[in-house]
Write a protein that binds this ligand. Structure first.
Ligand code: C2E
Ligand code: MG
Ligand code: MG
Ligand code: MG
Length: 278
């Protein structure tokens, strides 16, 4: 309570959590039970072959609906889960549900689809992570190459030696590895070259201003070229306009993702979309 105890104004402030801190604590507390209560959902955003505009895969994105019908964004609660190690339980749930959804998609005939799953850095230190995923893939009868794990550039550069080991472990298991939000971190090209990643996701901030702004276009193309020269597939994130798609197609960027093609959607909507593509 806002009471001045014995003239000690420091105590007054330290007892009074700011609105922001209260909100964060509230999220943290509710995150503790959210997996058990079945509160999370997955949305799926199509990954597009920019030449044919066909869906070649989907990215699983976690959703946390609230009682009032609103959603707390993963951009807000994933970092909190990371700080509190709740990320392990949440991340395990995401991987299992995403792979079960992929199995259903494959069983319905969409066997060409890949599933991309985001992994937070806090998940990567789990002993046996790769083996657990491999076992689960086997159990579901899904080829490992149908899974692509997305690691952010920041996490890949945090402990390079260890990350190299983990990426190699995924690749030995034939699981694909994407570097997410590329361009927002500080990776050296030498380090990038030493990682056997399969896809480079160009952060959507690089599409701002394109195609009108020539230097923005050049920047995107430089990243795309670098990926190509390393034998890595480039995927442009955040394509919002037809003009951006046409520009990327002209530059020869193989893959993309964005609201222009499709927003993240529920599995039923995804199935409808996929059926319409046949
Ligand atoms: P991300 O992995 O880079 O995912 C792409 C984000 O960009 C998604 O936001 C997606 O809805 C959004 N997006 C896609 N296309 C467009 C576009 O054309 N325009 C704009 N403005 N946005 C677009 P979302 O779902 O809010 O996720 C935000 C971030 O939260 C993700 O970024 C990822 O870092 C994290 N995240 C989401 N789900 C998970 C998860 O299951 N596990 C982990 N560890 N992180 C997750
Ligand atoms: Mg991602
Ligand atoms: Mg991304
Ligand atoms: Mg992003």
């Amino acid at each position: 309570q806002a009471k001045n105890v014995g003239g000690n104004s420091f105590q007054f402030f330290s007892c009074d959590l700011s609105k922001k801190q209260q909100h964060r604590l509230d999220i943290e507390n509710r995150l503790r039970t959210a997996v058990d209560m079945g509160e999370f959902q997955l949305a799926f955003q199509p990954l597009i072959d920019l030449t044919t505009t066909r869906t070649v895969g989907v990215e699983a994105l976690i959703r946390w609906p609230q009682a009032d019908g609103s959603y707390i964004s993963p951009g807000e609660f994933i970092p909190i889960a990371e700080e509190t190690s709740l990320i392990i339980r949440i991340g395990t749930w995401v991987m299992k549900e995403a792979l079960k959804a992929l199995q259903r998609l494959h069983l319905q005939g969409f066997t060409h689809l890949q599933m991309a799953v985001n992994l937070a850095i806090g998940q990567l230190w789990q002993p046996g992570l790769v083996q657990d995923i491999v076992d689960f893939l086997k159990q579901l009868d899904i080829p490992p190459s149908a899974l692509k794990v997305e690691l952010t550039e920041g996490s890949l550069m945090s402990d390079v030696q260890r990350m190299e080991g983990i990426v190699q472990e995924f690749r030995r298991a034939e699981i694909e590895v994407a570097i997410d939000d590329f361009g927002t971190g500080y990776s050296s090209l030498a380090r990038l070259r030493s990682l056997p990643i399969t896809t480079l996701k160009i952060d959507r901030s690089f599409l701002f201003g394109t195609p009108d702004n020539q230097s923005a276009v050049k920047m995107v193309n430089t990243i795309r070229q670098m990926a190509e020269s390393l034998g890595i597939q480039a995927l442009a994130e955040g394509i919002e306009t037809e003009e951006q798609w046409r520009m990327l197609q002209a530059l020869g960027c193989p893959l993309g993702q964005g609201f222009y093609f499709a927003k993240p959607m529920a599995e039923t909507a995804l199935l409808e979309r996929l059926s319409a593509e046949i």
